[in-house]
Design a protein around this ligand. Structure first.
Ligand code: NAI
Length: 467
């Protein structure tokens, strides 16, 4: 059989795979990419982009509901959702971006195989129905899949994954969400605005357990104030089919009735592309070092498949690093993927964003300066009617190094990039407090929170010891 030869072969056309392929090609390598589904992976097809499109629709509904408070008279204040139209708009945006990825690959000279790729041996893969291909370096970017639970009832009709829920033809009257993580909270906000009564079941003592406690508490209060019922610290025991509903039985004995159930309890690596080759894995993830190389030299695995940080922008960084390292002569000049300052965002409304350590983590490491600026004192946030949040800056007490930034408020997803940039450049809290920010903007609150760390914030009442 004819075996096609390349310098670099990439399995997976999501954010990790397509960036790795483009980078390898730009570095002069003869590169091919294998994708079994649509280009763009989870992010473009089932994650970041479709949810953000639906989220904008939800946010508009939320804003229209508050229009009267701004003096806008809407003679018929009833607002409802046309789900098929909302889904159509979501699909239009997804299509535009996935075809953009295809054009980028072509423009960069990457050859594309449509089919399932599987590792046969180091340096060799099979593409379903299309034979074999070989390359000195392989990049496995197979992504992730929804984690499954061995809980009775999850197979019932009406129990959905985060992919199924994106194409629903109507918003369910009662939506129960298992898992109060990022997907759970984002979907809760979306479907709450679409008119669903939301219940969230979170096994740990609080929702958003990986976010700063103050951020999680505020988002909890906002969800509740909009009518969500949150059961934290309670596990799901089983789901039973009731009379016209699904009944969720929780470990504390509570029974929650719902029309649909979303299961969003985390994701694990999709290891199907590994075939039978003995690459080291742990808990459903491929083990890689800081160079993104697996236990087999010459095989790299960036992105969700390694579970280091399941975020598209982290995948971009890991993928570019993997491509550079795949082509580094004899393993010399390999680069590490620096994931220390990768921001994370929960696209709720208001948005919640973070970079670096939570307050709990920072305080475990040593004495910490905590500066907090409530958006209730920020002109722009008040003007746009979204002033319930805050900006919090955590800094090392001795040197003022910024250890973490946490934001809940309008534009948090954008402002966090400024915080991440400053942290990457090792700007101290003393320096940040001196950087003039435009007024009125929400991002001035970042500078104000830095000043508050030092007892120097002039837009807050003085506290004992302030200068
Ligand atoms: P997650 O890890 O964010 O949250 C899962 C939640 O489910 C956790 O709070 C966990 O304690 C809870 N849980 C686990 N087992 C449970 C059980 N048996 N009963 C009740 N609760 C249970 O995972 P999620 O939300 O599914 O998201 C998957 C991945 O996708 C994450 O890695 C996330 O980073 C990524 N993602 C990122 C987004 C963003 O950046 N805005 C948006 C959506 C997803």
């Amino acid at each position: 059989m004819d075996v096609k030869e390349y310098d670099v072969l990439v399995i997976g056309g999501g954010p990790a795979g397509y960036i790795a392929a483009i980078k390898a090609s730009r570095l002069g390598a003869k590169t091919a990419l294998v994708e079994k589904d649509e280009l763009g992976g989870t992010c473009l097809n089932r994650g970041c982009i479709p949810t953000k499109t639906l989220l904008k629709t939800a946010e508009l509904i939320h804003e229209i509901a508050g229009a009267a408070g701004r003096g806008i008279i809407i003679s018929d204040p009833r607002v409802s959702i046309d789900m098929p139209a909302a889904v159509k708009e979501k699909n239009r945006v997804v299509k535009k971006l996935t075809s953009g990825v295809a054009s980028l690959l072509t423009a960069n000279g990457v050859e594309l195989f449509r089919g399932e790729g599987r590792l046969l041996a180091p340096g060799r893969i099979a593409v379903a129905g299309q034979g074999e291909a070989a390359a000195k370096k392989l990049i496995l970017a197979g992504g992730s899949q929804a984690a499954r639970l061995p809980i009775p009832g999850l197979e019932l009709p009406g129990v959905l994954t985060s992919t199924d829920i994106l194409d629903m033809e109507e918003a369910p009257p009662r939506l129960a969400i298992i898992g109060g993580g990022v997907i759970g909270v984002e979907m809760a906000m979306i479907f709450q605005a679409f008119g669903s009564k939301i219940s969230i079941v979170e096994a740990l003592p609080r929702i958003l357990p990986f976010m700063d406690a103050e951020t999680a508490a505020l988002i909890h209060r906002i969800l509740q104030s909009r009518g969500a019922e949150i059961s934290a610290g309670a596990g799901l025991v089983r789901i039973e089919k009731g009379d016209g509903s699904l009944n969720l039985v929780l470990s504390d004995g509570k029974v929650l009735p719902a029309d649909k159930v979303l299961v969003s309890i985390g994701r694990t690596g999709d290891l199907s592309c590994l075939g039978d080759v003995a690459i080291k894995t742990e808990k459903g993830k491929v083990l890689v070092n800081d160079y993104m190389e697996t236990s087999i030299p010459g095989i790299f695995a960036p992105g969700d498949i390694n579970g280091k940080k399941m975020l598209a922008h982290a995948a971009f960084k890991m993928a570019e690093t993997a491509a550079v390292n795949a082509l580094a002569a004899d393993g010399r000049d390999m680069r590490k993927a620096d994931l220390r300052f990768v921001p994370s965002v929960v696209y709720s409304f208001p948005e919640a964003a973070a970079v670096g350590l939570t307050q709990e983590e920072a305080e475990r490491e040593g004495p910490v300066l905590v500066g907090k600026f409530p958006l209730a004192a920020n002109g722009k946030a008040l003007a746009v009617g979204d002033a319930g949040g805050f900006v919090k800056v955590l800094a090392d007490k001795k040197y003022g190094a910024i250890l973490g930034v946490h934001i809940v408020g309008p534009g948090a997803a954008e402002i966090i990039n400024e915080a991440a940039s400053l942290m990457a450049m090792e700007i101290t809290v003393h320096e940040l407090a001196e950087i003039t920010h435009g007024h009125p903007t929400v991002s001035e609150a970042l500078m104000e929170a830095a000043a508050d760390c030092l007892g120097r914030c002039l837009h807050l009442p003085p506290k004992k010891g302030d200068r």
